[in-house]
Design a protein around this ligand. Structure first.
Ligand SMILES: Nc1ncnc2c1ncn2[C@@H]1O[C@H](COP(=O)(O)OP(=O)(O)O)[C@@H](O)[C@H]1O
Ligand SMILES: [Mg+2]
Length: 405
């Protein structure tokens, strides 16, 4: 089985999917813009062949180069797990007449307005919204939708250029900052808790499902530097208050025509108990969400995803053993990390339940917390009881403190 895998080494967790593909017997043809001589050793054993392209985002150019490179070879699958490349993968499949998600379907998972229109058409609850291209259109949409509202790029990621706006005055302040963005979605602000609904699907039907709780919601994680963002996978997916979101999620998959692979949806739970659609991608959640799902069930979803893509089979256990919490830390100050306080005591308190300590150590330069949720590193801790996982997570959020200068 020959599989073209776009971006097999970036973001870094893609190396794990490349490994998964190789482990289920695929010959992986990797395509990325990293020079061959700079490929990390961790990915090399899993690549059968590799093509360096000058610009991975230049779809026309990549299509031409990859087609020339593979001329005369039979390719069985084209896959991408990084959001900006999902449509490109579909274009390659269409060009070569291969099975898998079409460009139209992939676009429904990528374009935030189109996805909401398709989801709404299936009778599901989405925020009221408009596609806007000019300042005049934004003002008109704001008038119609009312405040508070959200203004965000139609194909954004990681809450970049996303604004909660509560008045005409704020809208006028935000408009100049949106000037570089060709298309945006202007939508009703949904007050509520925010969750994920993640799946691995075969033929659009989930063979694995996950819900994770964002504490606080991603937009706040992204705008307040002092916050230590916490995400916890929910062990007990049978609980009543999540059923609306899980049902919504399954119906969204049908409405958008999902086939094989990962999905990552976000949804809101209002104080009235209503589940409202947020967004969805036909790819796994980023940051460390797949690691968290793996710790939740003690499985290897990187490999299971590959098995699904190549052989339409999923062989891992879906029994949920833990609530897995990740806590991202941001150092106080700029420059290099100088000190970490409270880590030893926290590790001692949590003992066997700690699964990862990936905090940046003294001497390492800080990461840009606005650019990556990974911030200055993270710790992970898991526990069968929700309350205990939550307690240990917030202990890390409060009592571990990092400093930089
Ligand atoms: N309509 C909305 N109501 C409330 N919050 C929203 C809304 N749209 C976006 N947000 C907030 O902004 C964040 C980023 O928006 P999202 O559509 O998920 O884009 P991204 O692709 O950047 O993750 C969401 O996780 C949520 O916290
Ligand atoms: Mg999102």
């Amino acid at each position: 089985m020959r599989v073209v895998f776009l971006a097999p080494l970036y973001p870094p967790e893609m190396i794990q999917y490349t490994r998964g593909l190789a482990e289920v017997g695929a010959q992986v043809y990797g395509v990325a813009d990293t020079p061959r001589e700079h490929l990390p050793d961790a990915v090399k054993p899993y690549l059968h062949d590799y093509l360096q392209v000058p610009r991975i985002m230049d779809e026309e150019d990549v299509i031409a180069r990859v087609s020339a490179w593979l001329r005369g070879k039979t390719i069985d699958r084209v896959a991408a797990n990084w959001e900006p490349l999902v449509v490109l993968a579909a274009r390659l499949r269409e060009r070569w007449g291969m099975p898998g998600m079409s460009v139209d379907t992939a676009t429904g998972f990528r374009d935030k307005q189109l996805m909401k229109e398709r989801v709404a058409k299936a009778g599901l609850r989405v925020p009221r919204s408009r596609r806007v291209r000019t300042e005049t259109e934004v003002r008109a949409a704001a008038e119609e939708i009312g405040y508070p509202l959200i203004l965000k790029p139609i194909d954004g990621a990681g809450s970049a250029d996303t604004y909660r706006i509560t008045s005409v005055k704020e809208l006028e302040e935000v408009l100049p900052r949106m000037r570089g963005i060709p298309e945006a979605s202007c939508e009703e602000y949904i007050e509520g808790e925010e969750f994920t609904f993640d799946t691995v699907c075969i033929g659009g039907k989930p063979v694995f499902e996950n819900v994770a709780s964002y504490l606080p919601k991603p937009l706040e994680m992204r705008t307040q530097e002092w916050i230590s963002p916490v995400i916890i996978t929910v062990r007990d997916m049978e609980q009543q208050r999540l059923q609306g979101g899980i049902e919504l999620g399954r119906k969204v998959l049908t409405a958008l025509g999902m086939d094989d692979g990962f999905t990552h949806m976000e949804w809101y739970l209002t104080s009235k108990g209503e589940a409202v659609f947020g967004e969805i991608g036909a790819r796994p959640g980023g940051a460390c969400l797949v690691d968290q799902m793996n710790y939740t069930c003690d499985i290897d979803l990187f490999r299971e995803w590959a098995r699904v893509i190549c052989h339409k089979k999923f062989s891992a256990s879906t029994e949920r053993k833990y609530n897995d919490a990740i806590i991202f830390k941001r150092a106080l100050g700029r420059g290099r990390i100088t000190r970490i306080d409270g880590l030893g005591a926290w590790r001692h308190e949590c003992g066997q339940w700690v699964t990862e300590d990936r905090l940046l150590r003294p001497g390492t330069p800080r990461r840009n917390w606005k650019h990556t949720l990974l911030s200055d590193g993270w710790v992970q801790v898991r526990h069968p009881d929700w309350a205990e996982a939550h307690r240990m997570a917030f202990l890390a959020a409060t009592n571990i403190n990092m400093f930089a200068e």
